[in-house]
Write a protein that binds this ligand. Structure first.
Ligand code: DGT
Ligand code: CA
Ligand code: CA
Length: 357
């Protein structure tokens, strides 16, 4: 199963303030260059009915919602993380194995508890959806399939508040007509290349012979497209630990000024540090990302001698890494900065973090 929360950040906002429900709610990543600059992180379905989408500029969203009782909100990551933790805890009760895929999404292996019976999996999914609503107040969408790929595609197809089980052998019937870029793993550039080869839909792709795709995309990827377009995938679900916690922000203006960068890193490091604190984790590696004015990314990271906690060591190493980067690249002008920590360990003394959530 794939469980994905509907319009997650905005749904979190509605949950703590139900008066928002009938209004278009837009959660924005302000870049703070000017009052209106930045992009939409997500929005509720009332806003989507008016054309608002993740990633569009804030001013564009305001144009689309002109005259409507819109609500624009800054994200409250600590709150969303706390909600996410409750959600994951609830999901864990209903599966054999779980992999947290992102803040609002998880893969659940339910094979042994349903004895591989899709009907039983569907009943279980109904139960999960109703507990999610009754206990936590959240709506979600669940996709079910004989493998992860099918479950994920089923989930994407029946949003929001949906439930769809796709059986073995039904993959092409369900998804064959979709544009090829809707196949999990096919990005923009790949789909352009496929279109040139006359492949418009997933079904077109399924008809191509493996060697043709391998010639165009290389052995591994070609084989993946050949199999995936027929719904074939059999990688077992491996539990993941969330191995990195980080933040990105846009500088007030493009800059090489280390003090401006330090200020931005400090704000982000404090957020990261409170997130780690809440989960009882410390870190042993720090990394930074700089996005330059031509949107090229540069990154550096450093493993520390000992485990650290709190924002101070994070900022110190982050600033060092930025200095190093700027010294090495005299023409680099920074637009966005990011900082993250990894090699996370539980402070409780385990050498391995077996359960982040
Ligand atoms: P959905 O699943 O279509 O009902 O809507 P969401 O909002 O749950 O979308 P999803 O599952 O892709 O992403 C989960 C959360 O991740 C979402 O609530 C906000 C954040 N997010 C998604 N896309 C973006 C983005 O383009 N920029 C930023 N900053 N955050 C994003
Ligand atoms: Ca979602
Ligand atoms: Ca998601």
């Amino acid at each position: 199963m794939v469980v994905d929360m509907d319009y997650f950040y905005a749904q979190c906002e509605e949950l703590r303030n139900p008066s928002l429900k009938d209004k278009p709610v837009v959660v924005c990543m302000y870049s703070d260059r000017t009052l209106e600059s930045g992009a939409v992180a997500t929005c509720n379905y009332v806003a989507r009915e008016n054309g608002v989408r993740s990633g569009i500029p804030i001013f564009k969203a305001k144009e689309l919602l002109r005259g409507k009782p819109w609500v624009f909100i800054r994200p409250d990551f600590a709150y969303y993380e706390a909600m996410s933790k409750n959600i994951i805890d609830l999901l864990r009760e209903h599966c054999d194995r779980l992999r947290v895929e992102s803040i609002d999404e998880a893969y659940l292996d339910v094979t042994s508890r349903t004895q591989g019976d899709l009907q039983r999996a569907e009943d279980l999914a109904k139960h999960i959806k109703s507990s999610m609503l009754e206990k936590l107040g959240f709506r979600c969408t669940i996709g079910i399939g004989p493998n992860k790929l099918t479950a994920k595609m089923a989930c994407d197809l029946c949003k929001p508040d949906g439930l769809l089980a796709v059986r073995e052998g039904e993959f092409l019937m369900r998804f064959g007509h979709l544009p090829v870029d809707r196949l999990y793993g096919v990005g923009g550039r790949t789909s352009a290349k496929l279109n040139e080869m006359g492949v418009k839909t997933i079904e077109d792709l399924a008809k191509k012979e493996a060697h043709v795709l391998q010639k165009a995309f290389g052995r591994r990827l070609g084989l993946y497209f050949h199999l995936a377009s027929q719904g074939l995938e059999d990688e077992p679900l491996v539990e993941w630990r969330r191995e990195q916690v980080g933040r990105m922000a846009t500088l007030k203006e493009d800059s090489r000024d280390i003090e401006a960068i330090r200020e931005s890193l400090t704000a982000m490091a404090e957020e990261i540090s409170s997130e780690l604190e809440a989960s009882g984790l410390n870190y042993r590696a720090v990394g930074i990302v700089a996005v330059d004015t031509s949107l090229k990314q540069h990154s550096r990271s450093k493993t520390l001698k000992t485990e650290e906690e709190g924002s101070e060591p994070m900022v110190k190493v982050g600033v060092e890494l930025f200095k190093e980067l700027l010294d090495g690249e005299p023409s680099l002008v920074v637009r966005r900065v990011g900082i993250h920590v990894s090699s996370l360990k539980s402070k409780a003394g385990q050498t391995e973090l077996t359960r982040f959530y």
